[in-house]
Design a protein around this ligand. Structure first.
Ligand code: UDP
Length: 330
């Protein structure tokens, strides 16, 4: 089995590539390196390209005899998507349409798609199950939901078999030290807090201290990146066993507030972390926590990194190491 991994040079995609290869799969990475890094490409098979380029996708699938696809390539900043929706509809929706058509032309029918809890919008009930209404509020969340709808239609019309995995907050790093979170600019809480611990940043801003939560700060469900990678592997096994298309949440079911994350980081790093209380960030729901019982029951998925401290510890190992790298040049 040869798996095409779009966005395989990014944070989540590269961890999946590593995980798939460690389980004996052959992987082709397809990435335009606009946000990914060449040093994160762990497969010997790499094609530099954008998913909007259908001809290159078709050629890649044919050249490498690809049998299944994992699709991570996307623009993924909620805030940016509000200001630059065209970029999001172009990369995430049009890019995926080209991929779906390339798969159709080459008769590759198995697809695992990187979706998000942002497809739910503001929760009406918690924890969120897959049955919760889908009312995404940001262009980012909308583009991911549109892709899910495109896959539903391609499944009915052309026999596409897909699994969409709706992740909550991806965090941590694998243990080899080769991969980790390195967004430019970084906007995610855990790396920003840890960069404050290394001295790379002066302080961490808490976006909103007046939410309706026990300590007033937002609560999120942080899930380890290797557990996400494992869910992709299981989703592919599920599809190759002939099961029907479906959607699954990926989270631990435990929520932690921004203040709890900062405290845990202080404990693990042994360094004080300067905090600045700032206004709310637009579009942040107070609380997002997953019910991932379906992934457990149907895919047999269970997070191995159940404890927040374990997740932060791996992120800290990476963060200390990455400050010593000359540069993360593309
Ligand atoms: N957050 C924060 N300060 C930061 C970055 C994030 O207080 O510098 C908060 C953010 O408002 C949210 C939580 O941390 O409530 C997680 O944000 P992140 O961007 O990591 O993930 P998101 O939940 O947006 O996917």
């Amino acid at each position: 089995m040869t798996i095409l991994v779009t966005g395989g040079a990014g944070y989540i995609g590269s961890h999946c590539v590593q995980h798939l290869m460690s389980h004996g799969h052959s992987v082709v990475v397809f990435d335009d390196l606009s946000t990914g890094y060449e040093r994160f490409v762990l497969s010997p098979h790499f094609v530099k390209g954008n998913t909007r380029d259908k001809a290159l996708l078709v050629k890649t699938i044919q050249d490498f005899h690809v049998t299944a696809v994992m699709h991570f390539a996307a623009s993924c900043y909620v805030g940016e998507s509000v200001n630059e929706p065209g970029k999001y509809y172009g990369n995430n929706v049009y890019g995926t349409l080209q991929l779906l058509d390339a798969m159709r032309e080459t008769k590759v029918s198995q697809l695992v798609f990187s979706s998000t809890c942002a497809t739910y919008g503001v929760p009406q009930t918690l924890p969120l199950t897959e049955e919760h209404p889908l009312n995404p509020i940001s262009p980012y969340g909308k583009t991911k939901r549109i892709v899910e709808m495109m896959m539903e239609d391609y499944s009915l019309a052309y026999g596409l078999n897909y699994v969409a995995l709706r992740y909550f907050n991806a965090a941590g790093a694998d243990s080899t030290g080769k991969l980790g979170e390195a967004h430019e600019p970084e906007t995610h809480l855990i790396p920003l807090v840890l960069q404050t611990a290394t001295g790379k940043r002066k302080n961490i801003q808490i976006f909103g201290t007046d939410y309706d939560t026990p300590d007033g700060t937002c609560i999120r469900d942080y899930i380890h990146i290797v557990d996400i990678a494992e869910a992709h592997r299981l989703a592919l096994t599920y599809l190759t066993a002939g099961n029907s298309s479906d959607v699954f949440n990926l989270g631990t079911g435990h929520g932690f507030s921004v203040r709890e994350i900062i405290q845990a980081c202080e404990q693990i790093t042994g360094k004080p972390i300067a905090v600045v209380e700032a206004p709310r960030r637009p579009g942040d729901p107070a609380k997002l926590v997953a019910n991932a019982a379906k992934a457990n029951k149907v895919l047999g998925w269970k997070p191995a990194f159940g404890e927040l401290t374990e997740i932060i510890r791996t992120a800290w190992q990476w963060e200390q190491q990455v400050t010593e790298l000359p540069s993360l040049s593309r």
